[in-house]
Design a binder for this molecule. Structure first.
Ligand code: 2IT
Length: 447
């Protein structure tokens, strides 16, 4: 291994032994950047990697909110402003009980490279809270969002840091947070958040963008492989916004969705009707986090406590739920099942051991920081529309999304060729995303 890369990985491990998710992504990304460091010794002389793995700013705050019985609750809120070399910090907010600094740092680090891949001027950031939206009333969600924004507002702005949604944060939550931001700032700065409703500056296609973009990207991979998406079977996990968009676009293009899942298990399908796809939105809005509801409604087989991986016959596995949902035993089951493609949609769905196993056994893995970049891309387009004070048509936004996803694939292939790593989408995405950030950081001096 390149000695500089090795040194920074080991120093980071020593510094943050209690941040496993963050260390996982640092190790994965830095290892594949080796060819760039072999070629550019000036990076080491300028401490580029030491700076890259250290967020510019980490903010942690107390969020106090009142439940429907008038009782107080206390949660931890976070915003990690990771890297602003190529634009204002940009990235989602996650509300989930598992949220901690390690999770937010891993997401912020990934976001930095992902945003660079889009070609739009956006730095990397991420935030959230260890708040569990499951089973909460609408009033409780509103009061939580208001309390959260009452602290966050001082750290963000349309030219500073622009949050959006992630797990547990959709249009409803963004609406409540924008309302509170506007009330505090006494200014109509709608470019401060993306994923907004259409009536106050949101963009058409933003809700669909992550899922649509994931399918557009994979279509480019298939073209490269000389294959047609029509008739291919896709096993999805998750049932939220991302899985919904992917299921919608796959079905439209003539592919067959053979599963969706939740924390409680998966359902086996043989294609989806429009009614089924629409019902995914109702499941998300119910805040029950329960996939069995789908099988109760449509009478399809439900497998409690199981994941689709290795259980469902498919051509492509497409994780759309959360990090580390494909572990080493899952990877072994995937190889045994003979599935050749994994298209990662959720952020870092595959553990490093599982990723190594899949790649060693000839599975082509498309990495999440490229595959799911459509979401933040349309967020970037929403910011542009807000700056212009104009709204574009769905067709305009969708066309731009398609060309951005195609551009990401092209820049990955270019990076693979430049560094002679074959058609390795994981290495190519890291190398391509890193290039622009590295150039900007070098140009801007020791900051
Ligand atoms: O992981 C992601 O890219 C997101 N949750 C979307 C971020 C954004 O700013 O739209």
């Amino acid at each position: 291994m390149n000695s500089y890369v090795e040194k920074v990985i080991s120093e980071t491990k020593k510094k943050y032994p209690c941040q496993p998710e963050f260390l996982q992504t640092v190790e994965e990304v830095l290892t594949s950047l080796e060819p760039a460091f072999d070629k550019h010794p000036e990076y080491e002389a300028n401490a580029l990697l030491e700076r890259l793995v250290e967020p510019e700013r980490e903010i942690k705050f107390r969020v106090v909110w009142s439940d429907d019985q008038g009782k107080p609750h206390v949660n931890n809120g976070y915003r990690v402003q990771f890297n602003s070399a190529i634009g204002p910090y940009k990235g989602g907010l996650r509300f989930h009980p598992s949220v901690n600094l390690s999770i937010i740092k891993f997401l912020g680090f990934e976001q930095t490279f992902k945003n660079s891949l889009t070609g739009l001027p956006m730095g990397g950031g991420k935030g959230g809270a260890d708040f569990d939206p499951k089973g909460k009333s609408d009033g409780e969600i509103m009061r939580f969002c208001q309390a959260f924004m009452t602290e966050l507002y001082r750290h963000i702005g349309p030219k500073v840091d622009v949050p959006a949604g992630d797990l547990g944060v959709g249009g409803t939550e963004i609406g409540y947070m924008f309302g509170q931001y506007k009330r505090i700032r006494n200014a109509y700065e709608n470019g401060v958040l993306t994923g907004k409703g259409l009536s106050y500056g949101g963009s058409l296609i933003r809700p669909e963008a992550t899922g649509f973009g994931a399918v557009y990207f994979f279509n480019e991979v298939l073209k490269h492989e000389g294959k047609d998406i029509k008739g291919m079977r896709f096993a999805l996990s998750g049932f939220g916004n991302v899985a919904w968009g992917a299921a919608k676009k796959l079905t439209e293009l003539g592919a067959t969705v053979v599963s969706i899942s939740g924390p409680d298990g998966y359902v086996a399908l043989n294609g989806m009707t429009d009614e089924m796809i629409d019902f995914m939105l109702e499941m998300r809005a119910s805040r029950r986090d329960c996939c069995k509801d789908f099988s109760d409604k449509f009478g399809v087989p439900f497998f409690a406590g199981k994941k689709p991986w290795g259980n469902v016959d498919a051509d492509v596995y497409m994780p759309c739920a959360c990090q580390n949902e494909i572990t080493l035993p899952d990877a072994e089951a995937i190889v045994t099942k003979g599935v050749h493609y994994v298209n990662e949609v959720s952020n870092m769905p595959t553990t490093n051991e599982a990723m190594a196993y899949l790649r060693d056994h000839g599975v082509l893995l498309a990495p999440s920081k490229a595959v799911n970049a459509g979401g933040v891309s349309v967020s970037g387009l929403e910011m542009t529309q807000n700056s212009e004070r104009l709204s574009w048509t769905a067709e305009q936004v969708d066309d731009m999304l398609k060309s951005i996803m195609k551009g990401i694939h092209t820049s990955i292939v270019d990076a693979c060729n430049a560094y002679g790593v074959g058609y390795d989408l994981v290495a190519g995405a890291n190398l391509a995303g890193f290039k622009k950030v590295a150039e900007a950081m070098m140009a801007q001096g020791w900051v």
